[in-house]
Ligand binder design. Structure first.
Ligand code: SF4
Ligand code: SF4
Length: 451
């Protein structure tokens, strides 16, 4: 087990971090398949509204590779198919069958670790595609569902990104050790090298669970030291490793569970904070549960962010938790501007620059979803590159990308951007650098990689 060298991180003073053990929530009335993590996937619907489905019924298919299926996280009736821009499917909502004890579920043939080791890489890939696991794997640098099936130079499994609002590894690994180890065996078949990272603070609990030996690298307890992209940047040995893959650790457990038992695992541990009705803590419930089931009723003026405070998206209580999304955070201030806000000394304003009185505060501060002003022109202050964990100059990449040419952003390292969001967070001109770079990467993918 090697310690990774400390890199650029953000010492978060944000308050309301989830604490404690995982509390079991009651069964939700609906769950949904939310396939949205990859912007490149082209989905074909395999069911219609009012169809009866079981846990494990294929609901969607990737048109680019019809073997890649997305399975139902619940058994019951298809209540709604929600679409976004250009009629892209955003959610397939399932009304769960009333009787939880007899919820219809498909089962598959279990595959033992020994049988798994004897299978060829292509056989494993085919099993993963048909059992709905393949869409849970993401390939660098575009974080698309992998299009090649001949394996990966490296697989990175980060147990915690360092973002303190994410679920604690010992909570989601408790009683799931066998499934986790089975999942790692799958990755060992798919990748030439498997890297498992954990923050230093997680090592003692992992030792108690008997999993410390699986950790290959120990990282700092700070964001984004455990971001898979940052880990890849630090440990890659060749350019070929830029095509490595990564997987959320709870999805890895689900993969191991499905292959070892033949049953789809519908359980997830979510980290929830900022809600008025329940303490900031961890909650166990169904995969694809409604956001409102986690955060409860909210007053006006509150915003819900799912997927992390630096990288997540603002969502509504009607939506459901997406694949690989395990945090829901309620923050203050949707579209509210402070009256004469520019004249305030900002004693309680969370900011990385030392412009506000809050820089003298030693305690934690509240975060909100407002911009506190409009986007302004870049002032070349350099805050963004001081924080970039992969040593990019985001302001120069942004300016190069604005010309529409791809050569210069690529030469400046665009593809190394992990999307950690820190440049956006610290920019005093409110420029969404991470969003601009993410769009540039998508343009690059469409121009250069997509058929
Ligand atoms: S932090 Fe914002 S204003 Fe400062 S250099 Fe970067 S983009 Fe420009
Ligand atoms: S450019 Fe911004 S989003 Fe990308 S890795 Fe650097 S700090 Fe993170």
């Amino acid at each position: 087990m090697k310690p990774l060298k400390p890199g650029k991180t953000f010492q978060s003073k944000i308050n309301g971090v989830p604490q404690g053990q995982a509390t079991l929530l009651e069964r939700p009335k609906t769950v949904a398949l939310v396939p949205g993590a990859s912007p490149f996937v082209k989905l074909k619907l395999l069911v219609g509204e009012n169809d009866t489905v079981s846990v494990g019924t294929p609901l969607l298919q990737d048109k680019r590779d019809p073997k890649v299926l997305f399975l139902s996280p619940g058994g019951g009736r298809v209540a709604a198919i929600r679409r976004g821009a250009r009629r892209v499917v955003q959610e397939v909502v399932i009304d769960l069958a009333d009787d939880g004890a007899h919820e219809p579920a498909l089962s598959f043939a279990p595959i033992s670790p020994k049988a798994l080791k004897a299978m060829s890489r292509m056989e494993v890939v085919n099993v993963l595609k048909l059992r709905g696991i393949w869409p849970l794997i993401r390939q660098f640098p575009f974080m698309d569902i992998p299009q090649e099936s001949n394996g990966f130079p490296m697989a990175v499994v980060s147990l915690h990104s360092g973002e303190r609002f994410n679920p604690v590894p010992s909570l989601f690994l408790k009683d799931q050790q066998a499934a986790f180890l089975h999942g790692l065996t799958v990755l060992q078949n798919l990748a030439d090298r498997v890297v498992v990272t954990a923050p230093r603070s997680a090592m003692a609990p992992l030792k108690a669970l008997g999993l410390a030996e699986q950790v290959t690298h120990v990282v700092q307890d700070a964001y984004p030291a455990g971001d898979p992209g940052v880990i890849l940047y630090q440990i890659r040995k060749s350019a070929a490793e830029n095509a490595s893959c990564t997987m959320d650790p709870q999805e890895l457990i689900a993969m191991g569970h499905l292959l070892s038992t033949g049953n789809v695992q519908c359980r997830r541990i979510y980290a929830v904070s900022g809600t008025p009705t329940r303490p900031a803590s961890h909650y166990q419930t169904r995969t694809g549960t409604p956001v409102s089931h986690l955060v409860g009723p909210l007053k006006q003026g509150k915003g819900i962010v799912t997927g992390g405070v630096f990288t997540g998206t603002i969502t509504s209580g009607d939506a459901h938790m997406g694949m690989g999304i395990t945090t829901a955070t309620v923050l203050d201030g949707v579209d509210t501007d402070a009256f004469f806000g520019f004249a305030w000394p900002g004693r309680r304003l969370l900011s990385e620059s030392r412009t506000f009185l809050s820089c003298l505060e030693s305690g934690s501060l509240g975060m909100d979803v407002t911009l506190h002003g409009e986007e302004r022109a870049c002032i070349n202050c350099g805050w963004c590159d001081k924080k970039c964990p992969v040593d990019l100059l985001p302001q120069f990449i942004m300016k190069a990308a604005s010309t529409g040419e791809m050569e210069e952003p690529l030469a400046l390292g665009l593809l190394d951007c992990t999307g950690c969001g820190l440049c956006t967070f610290v920019c005093p001109s409110k420029i969404d650098l991470a969003g601009i770079l993410a769009l540039s990467k998508q343009t690059c993918y469409r121009e250069r990689v997509m058929p």
